[in-house]
Design a protein. Structure first.
Lengths: 328, 250
């Protein structure tokens, strides 16, 4: 038997970018692209004036949140409408700790762990039912969190100002440049961790469950436990992103973390493309720059999904085959 | 000696239809048993019961003396049972190697934290998967996505994935289905080599009679949920009831 794929047997290889979770590589020079992206990202704070820099920093914050959401939705095939709440919980955890005088490096793991714990608490019972129940339960969380913050958190409806990380004097950087670089470092770490998780036993289990839960279970994969872990991990990412949000904006208020944010995150991810790293980046740009949900953004979502059912990334990945060079 | 697979009085009803009616089946350690019968005889349903995809209405199933029905579906792999499906259930988004590594899931770290940082285990899993891929002549396809491979290759990938779990009992559901005569012959050789090397117990559901006759030492024939024959291959193939039920129909 030959080890080469035989064609002409009537089985057509689906084009790249046709379904979510497609891990095939469409771009031929991943290392070059990665190095260029890293260099460009590191150069941004020295080329961009403060206010646009602030917007770009927020894009990176949303990238971290979407990488987490993608773990559950893109790779796990489950819908979460509650990531805005985990984001808010992370942001408030950081703001409260900063207000209490905690040094800012402490706030990052603290925000992540609080969100992770909540993710476990809500995800574990919800994923035992079925995919749609997770959407309902997380939606309930997203609706419940802003009023709870208003009632219980310091600052109430007025919100809570927070110290932003100041640049150490030896660096000679402005504070906003320093915050950008901190956020960039955390984003890079989030990328690396996502990559490792996706290519580990856990990531394969998640992909297997999404593709064929019955066959996956037969191999010893436990569906509820795997999904619950994925959900808690994605909440961890959202919490970390929330903390970065506090570092960036220096102010948190309940209105920032309503159910609208949860829906915008999900919509951004779908527009960007599920199950891919570029999808999370494009989605974050959408989340950061999309006008407040309304007629325009609603129509934009419909148009994008009609033109590119697998998001902008899926469209881009299909380009080579349109151009007649199918590299899949 | 404790049989590797022991099924007694297995009964499954779908509404008013009895798919399996008090069927018994025993496979000793290292045996290769063929399970034949016309469509609708209940062969796949029997596999589904052994692998806990379906709860039987009555009966006992023991693997190496352990009650299978008392354990959850995800424990099936741990008790040493692996199976393939009539239509290969490979995971399309994963590469061929990743599919086979998923087969060895029970040897890997399970939690997300441990999985993320247990790079050593990941390397071992990869080496294990590559050994299995090599055995099945798939090493060159390791990085190829499972989506879009020819049917015959997918069948082999699925068997490789099952074998990666290092089962004591391997259930193959129509492994030669949809294969050409040469491919079927090659697959039969692979399974025979595997059996010789590891001494595992194999139960094969198959319509392809040459495949069954060449591979199996014993044949069990089901028809409409009843066992109509059970014996050494050379005896069962001459059984008039078996010929009437399946051989004659071909």
């Amino acid at each position: 038997m030959t080890a080469e794929p035989r064609t002409g047997t009537g089985h057509r290889r689906p084009a790249v970018g046709q379904y979510a979770g497609d891990r095939r590589r469409a771009w031929p020079y991943p290392r070059t692209a990665l190095a260029m992206a890293a260099a460009a990202a590191a150069a941004v704070p020295f080329l961009v004036p403060p206010y646009p820099l602030y917007r770009v920093t927020l894009v990176l914050v949303y990238v971290v949140a979407l990488l987490g959401l993608d773990l559950v939705t893109g790779h796990g095939g489950l819908i979460s409408l509650g990531h805005g709440a985990f984001f808010g919980v992370g942001a408030y955890t950081a703001a409260i700790l900063l207000a209490a005088g905690a040094p800012y490096p402490v706030t990052l793991p603290a925000a992540g762990l609080v969100a992770y714990g909540l993710g476990h608490a809500f995800g574990r019972p919800a994923v035992r039912l079925s995919g749609l129940y997770l959407a309902v339960v997380t939606f309930a969380v997203a609706v419940a969190v802003p009023p709870l913050i208003r009632r219980l958190a310091p600052g109430g409806a007025m919100g809570l100002p927070a110290r932003t990380p100041g640049a150490p004097s030896f660096t000679g950087l402005d504070d906003d440049q320093w915050v950008y670089l901190l956020v960039l470092a955390v984003t890079a770490a989030a990328f690396a961790l996502t990559r490792v998780v996706i290519r580990s036993t856990a990531g394969r289990a998640l992909a297997a469950l999404r593709a064929d839960a019955g066959a996956a279970e037969l191999l010893g994969i436990r569906p509820p436990a795997t999904r619950a872990h994925a959900f808690a991990w994605s909440a961890l990412y959202a919490g970390v992103a929330g903390c970065l949000f506090t570092w960036t904006t220096g102010f948190v208020a309940p209105e920032s973390f309503t159910v609208t944010l949860s829906i915008t995150l999900l919509a951004g991810l779908v527009i960007g493309g599920l199950g891919t790293v570029p999808g999370a980046v494009i989605g974050a740009v959408v989340v950061a720059f999309l006008p407040a949900p309304g007629l325009v953004s609603g129509l934009a979502l419909i148009v994008v999904l009609a033109v590119a059912p697998h998001g902008v990334t899926g469209l881009a990945r299909r380009l080579p085959s349109f151009l007649g060079k199918d590299r899949a | 000696m404790v049989p590797m697979l022991e099924i007694g009085r297995l009964t499954v009803r779908f509404g008013g239809v009895t798919a399996l009616d008090a069927v018994g089946l025993v496979a000793g350690p290292g045996e290769v048993v063929g399970l034949i019968g016309p469509n609708g005889a209940g062969k796949s349903t029997l596999f589904d019961c052994v692998t806990r995809r379906r709860d039987p209405d009555d009966g006992v199933i023991r693997v190496a003396g352990q009650d299978v029905l008392a354990r959850p579906p995800h424990a099936v792999a741990g008790s040493g049972v692996a199976r393939t499906f009539q239509h290969p259930a490979v995971f399309p988004g994963l590469s061929v190697r990743e599919n086979v590594m998923t087969g060895a899931h029970r040897f890997g770290a399970e939690g997300f934290w441990r999985a993320a940082f247990a790079r050593d285990g990941e390397r071992r899993l990869r080496a294990h998967a590559d050994r299995v891929l090599d055995r099945f002549g798939l090493l060159g396809l390791g990085d190829h996505p499972a989506a879009g491979l020819p049917y015959g290759v997918l069948k082999r990938v699925e068997i490789a994935r099952a074998v990666a779990a290092e089962p004591r009992l391997l259930l193959l559901d129509e492994p030669a289905g949809g294969l050409g005569p040469e491919e079927a012959l090659a697959l039969s050789g692979l399974i025979r080599d595997l059996h010789r090397a590891t001494g595992l117990t194999v139960v094969v559901v198959e319509h392809h009679m040459e495949f069954v006759l060449g591979l199996c030492g014993r044949i069990v024939c089901l028809d409409l949920g009843h066992k109509i024959a059970d014996g050494p291959t050379h005896v069962v193939r001459r059984d008039p009831a078996v010929i009437a039920a399946c051989l004659g129909a071909r």
